[in-house]
Design a protein around this ligand. Structure first.
Ligand code: NAP
Length: 304
């Protein structure tokens, strides 16, 4: 029986693994994909301390190398179910069963995609899901933000300080975002709202390193379509946490509810990173969550 099984090998899971091994816990990391979470598909990271500019994949390679060096063991396994009582948890995977005293869920979340033509093709080349990560690449450019929730408006405000013009395209005529964010956005000279409108297509240049050149917008009331020249498209139509397999308290949208020790509603099960309710979803916050979750698992195991 393991002391700890960590589910997920993104920044939160790897950080938890490094801390757990150093605490002396008999630890296993279960990974579904060799590609480690959203960060591995991020072109460049410029806000992780110690690395002024590094590729997302390269940063993850460094994390993994570090984890291997301290002795973190990783196995493949897609989780099918978890059976839990206070002293023992049984994790069923497509690669067999694992018994453990504690679990850290670090399975992350994925931005919801629109599934429109051009979205996949230009991801990382003008299409982004994170202003904090990619905003600085659009200094002085024209960009469009899709969505009307808190994330869309928060990031439109961040982008308005970098880009020359920010268009916010929302499918209804009322924003979902909190009033205070709306008021701030409405008072910005370089943010323009386009309501009752959806994005139909993202168009860019065809060459290998081609980037976004324009978008096709459709007014849902009139049915009219029009083209608009932009350099970037930031899509914020919600995110989807990977938490279906675990039976702990979650929000309606599936985010795991924890306290500040990363404890969930079930004793011995912890959550870290983007899959939990958190005010910021970044590498730096995920690794912090992972460390705290490992400390909590260690405390639980030490109690015997
Ligand atoms: P959200 O609240 O679910 O908003 C998603 C937005 O995308 C909505 O405006 C929705 O339109 C739109 N949308 C969804 N599917 C779409 C589609 N297929 N095409 C076009 N538009 C679509 O998600 P979120 O903004 O990421 O926020 C998630 C949670 O985090 C919320 O609870 C939020 O309050 C919280 N959060 C808080 C803060 C803060 O407090 N500063 C910051 C960020 C996030 P409709 O409005 O028409 O449904």
């Amino acid at each position: 029986m393991y002391d700890l099984v960590i589910i997920g090998n993104g920044p939160a899971g790897i950080s938890a693994g490094i801390y757990a091994v150093r605490y002396g816990l008999d630890t296993l990391v279960l990974e579904k994909d060799v590609i480690s979470g959203q960060i591995a598909s991020t072109e460049i990271v410029e806000n992780y301390p110690g690395f002024s500019s590094i590729g997302g994949m390269e940063l993850m390679d460094k994390f993994k190398e570090h984890a291997e060096k301290v002795g973190v063991i990783t196995k493949d396994g897609e989780i099918l179910s978890i059976k839990s009582d206070v002293n023992k948890k049984i994790i069923s995977t497509d690669e067999g069963e694992f018994e453990t005293k504690t679990i850290i869920v670090a399975t992350g979340a994925n931005p919801r995609h629109l599934g429109i033509p051009g979205e996949k093709e230009f991801a990382g080349r003008g299409v982004s899901y994170c202003a904090t990560c990619d905003g600085p690449f659009f200094r002085g450019k024209n960009i469009v933000v899709i969505g009307g929730g808190d994330t869309a408006i928060t990031d439109a405000l961040i982008l308005s300080k970098i880009a020359s013009k920010v268009y916010v395209v929302h499918r209804r005529d009322k924003l979902r975002a909190s009033q205070i964010l709306q008021d701030r956005a409405f008072s910005k000279d370089n943010i323009e709202f386009i309501f009752d409108t959806v994005l139909e297509e993202i168009v860019g240049s065809d060459d290998v390193n081609g980037s976004v050149k324009k978008v096709v917008l459709k007014n849902v009331k009139s049915g009219d379509s029009k083209e608009m020249a932009v350099d970037g498209v930031f899509i914020y139509v919600g995110i989807v946490p990977n938490t279906d397999f675990v039976n702990v308290d979650k929000t309606e949208a599936g985010f795991i509810i924890t306290n500040d020790k990363m404890e969930t509603s079930v004793e011995g099960i912890y959550a870290a990173g983007d899959c939990r309710v958190t005010p910021l979803r970044q590498v730096v916050t995920a690794v912090s969550d992972g460390a705290i979750a490992a400390a909590s698992a260690h405390e639980f195991v030490s109690r015997g």
